[in-house]
Design a protein around this ligand. Structure first.
Ligand code: COA
Length: 160
């Protein structure tokens, strides 16, 4: 059976936060605490926080992003380590891009640890290009952040 066919992409709710924080810990060593995710839920119309849910095992992916005028900023994204390399991360980002395009966004940007090969490859596969570096950005190990930018095609059709 292909598990990924049963997955549901839906709004992140307050009750999702404990499993999201656990998954974030597995993905990124608790880069964000529950307060960070809660702040995302309070962004209102400018915020895009979603989970990917498996009906049997619960939350297997998450993404938080927000609009700054006509640009989408990707805040965080993670996929259950057991379900990687199946196109889920790409699909989640594409959903966020579509949501932002439907609201007239013309660009997307994010920062990522320079040594995060999986994430950098994912972003490049979706047309992101490196536009800068923040030296020593990550406090835990002094790693640089690479800044990535992608053009989006604004389309105000089919708003969610
Ligand atoms: C980055 C992450 C979200 C990717 O999720 P994923 O579902 O495995 O990604 P996808 O299957 O959609 O991969 C899409 C493309 O990204 C690239 N990619 C993904 N993982 C890769 C890896 N480990 N090595 C090299 N390229 C990789 C490939 O180009 C891949 O396409 P392909 O499988 O057709 O070759 C996932 O690895 C993750 O959760 N990492 C930990 C959290 C994290 O680093 N988040 C980003 C913080 S900025």
């Amino acid at each position: 059976m292909n598990r990924t066919t049963q997955l549901r992409w839906r709004r992140m709710e307050e009750t999702d936060l404990p499993p999201v924080v656990m998954l974030d810990k597995a993905c990124q060593g608790n880069a964000w605490n529950i307060g960070h995710f809660r702040d995302e839920l309070s962004r209102g119309e400018a915020g895009y926080s979603r989970v990917l849910e498996d009906p049997e095992i619960g939350v297997v992916g998450y993404l938080c992003a927000w609009l700054v005028v006509d640009e989408l900023h990707i805040g965080t994204i993670g996929v259950d380590p057991e379900l990687r390399r199946r196109g889920l991360g790409r699909g989640m980002l594409q959903q966020a891009h579509q949501w932002a395009s439907n609201r007239g966004a013309t660009a997307a940007h994010l920062e990522v640890r320079s040594g995060n090969v999986a994430a950098v490859s994912l972003y490049e596969s979706l047309g992101y290009r490196k536009v800068g570096v923040r030296r020593g950005y990550y406090a835990d190990n002094g790693e640089d952040a690479s800044l990535f930018f992608a053009d989006l095609v604004p389309s105000r059709s089919n708003p969610e």
